[in-house]
Structures are given as C-alpha cells and as structure tokens.
Design a protein around this ligand. Sequence first.
Ligand code: SAH
Length: 243
Amino acid sequence: MTLWLRILIPAIALVWLYSGVHAADDFALRRARMVKEIAALTADSGTETGRHAIDARVMAAMEQVPRHKFVPPEQEHNAYENRPLPIGYGQTISQPYIVALMTDLMMVKPTDVVLEVGTGSGYQAAILAGLARAVYTIEIVEPLGMQAQERLQRLAYKQVETKVGDGYYGWEAHAPYDAIIVTAAASYVPSPLMRQLKPGGKMVIPVGAQFLTQYLLLIEKSDDGTVSTKQILPVRFVPLVGH
Ligand code: SAH
C-alpha cells in the first residue's frame, strides 16, 4: 500500500465514524427538544384535556423511540417536529403530542395487553412496547402493515405482534385487552372493540366524520361493565376505512 493510501484510508474512516456518531447525537438532541415541547403543550392544554402533565414512563418512551426511523427517508429531517408526516398510501404518522397524550390517557401498566387499530408506521406501537407486556396492532393497508412489521422486527420491538386486516373487528384471538387505541377516525365506536375491552379497561379513539370535527374520546369500562365516555379534545385523523 502506498503511503498516501495508508494515511487516506484511516482519515476517511475517522470522518465517517465521526459523522455517524454526530448524526445520532443530533437526533437524540432533537428528540429531547421535542419532548420538552410536548411537556409545554400538555401544561398549556391541561384545562381542556384534564391532563396537566404526561406520565414520566410515557415521556421516557417518547425520548427513546427513534421517530426518524419510522418515517420515509425524505422526511427524516422533519422527524422531530411536532406534526404529522406523510408515510405513503395517503396515510400519516400522528403528531408526537397526540401520540403522547393518547398513550398517557390509557395509563398502561407493565402487565397490560394492548390492542392498536391502525399500525401505520409502527411508531405508536413502538412507544407502547416499552410500557406494556404485549402489543397487538392491525393495519388495513397491506404494504404499510408489512413494512411496519419488518421495521419493528429490525428495531427489536419484540413485544409487538402485527397483522394485516380490518381493525374494526379487533383481534379476537388475544382479547380481552386492558387498553385499546384506535389511530384512525371512526364515525362511531366499533362494537367488536367495545366487546374486546376488559372490564376496568380503557379505550382512546377519535370519533367523527372525515371533514367535520372529530373528538378524541376516552372510554372507560368499569368492573361491572358500565361504560363512561369523556370528550378530550378536537382532533384530525385519517378515516377508519373497511367494514
Ligand atoms: N399509529 C400510526 C398512525 C396511523 S394513521 C403510527 O404510529 O404511525 C392511521 C392508520 O390506520 C393508517 O395507516 C390506515 O391505513 C389505518 N387504518 C384505517 N382504517 C383501518 C382499519 N379499518 N383497520 C386497520 N387499520 C386501518
């Protein structure tokens, strides 16, 4: 090897290594900033939502899950902005603040089994993976479901199981669930999901027509089976299709 190659190769390797480490640090910094923004927004909207702060475990999950690995490469630089982003097939990854709020509302315990309808990118499922014992998630758009499955496996979110299908019907095989989260707007609460919710369980679901006001609802089924519904805040989600 010529002398200049002996110098050049380590130099290139060093620059490459440094830029890799630097980029990872940069994403972590941006993620920490995003989490601060979520905390501020939660405090501001506390009177409306009834939650003035988000649970520390949920915030820790938001600080750990690399949202930039759940968006298409051309959206990577926007990954830590507090807004929804396109993920293809006319669908979106939800706004981080809404992900944090919906997760918080379910008050997931480490022993819980959770169902998600609307896998999308798999980001919400990854957040839940750090909080629950098992997460089952259903996506109706096959390529999105397959992509999310591959991504969640690659990133080693082992507690998550994915399926392609119509989430309106829930996932009977693993029911009943301690918590159910629907990340697409339904015009009414699907009765199969209500049935698959455990007594004492919680469901968060946006309800309303596509171009009219949708409301995020928190539904609680008490131990004796009676149901109470709280309207949390107006939201905008892609529609729940199928059924
Ligand atoms: N939770 C997702 C965001 C999903 S956007 C994330 O973290 O990225 C809503 C998703 O719901 C879309 O991917 C859409 O295709 C899916 N969807 C719509 N109707 C559905 C249905 N009936 N069953 C399952 N998924 C559905």
